[in-house]
Write a protein that binds this ligand. Structure first.
Ligand SMILES: Cc1cc2nc3c(=O)[nH]c(=O)nc-3n(C[C@H](O)[C@H](O)[C@H](O)COP(=O)(O)O)c2cc1C
Length: 334
């Protein structure tokens, strides 16, 4: 694909619970230097009353710019969590989860069901903004079978009367009854055009699009009509796609070689040593060769790691194996 120079816009990787943990994010940062990364959702009770908040909140400076995604429904708790994120951890910004449809989150009255209460969402965002950090909200188009664009526009208009002017829109509804979270990322129809229309109707707001993006062509086609795009599953399963998009946007010349990316992880795994068992890092690397020759052999190699060994030991062994495969021309790898 020919690289085109586009001046502005954010490419980001979506918050994904259990997937975008700190090790995954560090790896993704090696692939994509210009992406904005998000934590998994962390709830305010986990920060304020949890046994070990640092487990969710600590991160490596190299992950920056990193946004902490918060979940909660209490403005006062939100303000306290936001101050902790700023003072104790140094996050670049905060994001409010108004998109998660899981039963657990609904029980806590936050996530997607907050779309019913834009005034509370505004209060929560104002509480987060009291930390002085930039804030954004990630939300859906609507709930259940709501089919009117005006409902979405009213939501955005109402939120925008507060401090938050930055909206990341997962371009499908959340169906709160009858679908599990995975189905809720597949079955409700995608409507990218509603997000594009939001940008036209609210040109002063920052509007980013998320949901169902699979390749660089789609991103390039949407890029001029929104302020940014966020990729979730496609970035996780095919991380080099992020580098392809950076290249297509004229933000980098060459694509990184998978082996160079793995080598870039060595100082990180060495610093962690025995504290980082191999599976905690390697589980995020399955897609490294996605679409490249040797993808299957790579996944087999990952499967050969022993749960008891450290990531540092396993990664070195894998680099050696890749080197010998390459010498034997078993794999045409970078
Ligand atoms: C395993 C998994 C966990 C997720 N966890 C979160 C989360 O913690 N917070 C959130 O806002 N969205 C979460 N999502 C939704 C994604 O952020 C994203 O909105 C959704 O996957 C649609 O984007 P995609 O089609 O590019 O994957 C999760 C998605 C997946 C696949």
């Amino acid at each position: 694909m020919t690289a085109v120079q586009l001046p502005f816009g954010t490419l980001s990787v979506a918050p994904m619970m259990d997937w975008t943990d700190r090790h995954c994010r560090f790896f993704l940062r090696q692939v994509c230097p210009s992406c904005v990364l998000f934590t998994e959702m962390v709830t305010t009770p986990a920060i304020l009353r949890g046994k070990d908040p640092a487990r969710y909140l600590d991160f490596d400076r190299q992950e920056s710019p990193l946004i902490l995604q918060l979940g909660g429904d209490d403005p006062e708790a939100m303000a306290r969590a936001a101050r902790i994120a700023r003072d104790d951890y140094g996050y670049a910004g905060l994001n409010l989860n108004v998109g998660c449809p899981s039963a657990r989150v609904q029980k806590g009255r936050f996530g997607a069901c907050l779309m019913r209460d834009p005034l509370l969402v505004r209060e929560l965002l104002d509480a987060m903004a009291s930390s002085g950090l930039p804030v954004s909200v990630k939300h859906r188009l609507g709930l259940d079978r709501e089919e009117e664009y005006e409902g979405l526009a009213d939501f955005v208009r109402s939120i925008g009367q507060g401090h938050c002017k930055h909206f990341i829109v997962h371009a499908r509804n959340a169906w709160l009854k009858g679908l599990n979270p995975a189905e809720n990322r597949e079955i409700p129809p995608l409507r990218w055009n509603w997000v594009q229309r939001l940008k036209q109707d609210f040109p002063d707001f920052r509007i980013e699009l998320n949901g169902g993006l699979r390749d660089a062509e789609q991103v390039l086609a949407l890029w001029p009509s929104v302020d940014g795009v966020m990729l979730g599953r496609a970035a996780y399963h095919s991380p080099l796609l992020l580098a392809q998009i950076e290249q297509a946007l004229g933000r980098r010349q060459d694509l990184p070689h998978p082996r160079a990316i793995l080598k870039g992880l060595l100082p990180y795994v060495d610093a962690w040593g025995e504290r980082l068992p191999a599976p905690r890092l390697l589980r995020h690397l399955h897609g490294l060769y996605a679409g490249l020759p040797g993808a299957k052999a790579w996944r087999r190699l990952l499967g050969s790691a022993r749960p008891s060994e450290s990531a540092a030991v396993a990664l070195r062994r894998m680099l050696l194996a890749l080197q010998s495969w390459q010498q034997d021309a078993v794999l045409e790898l970078g």
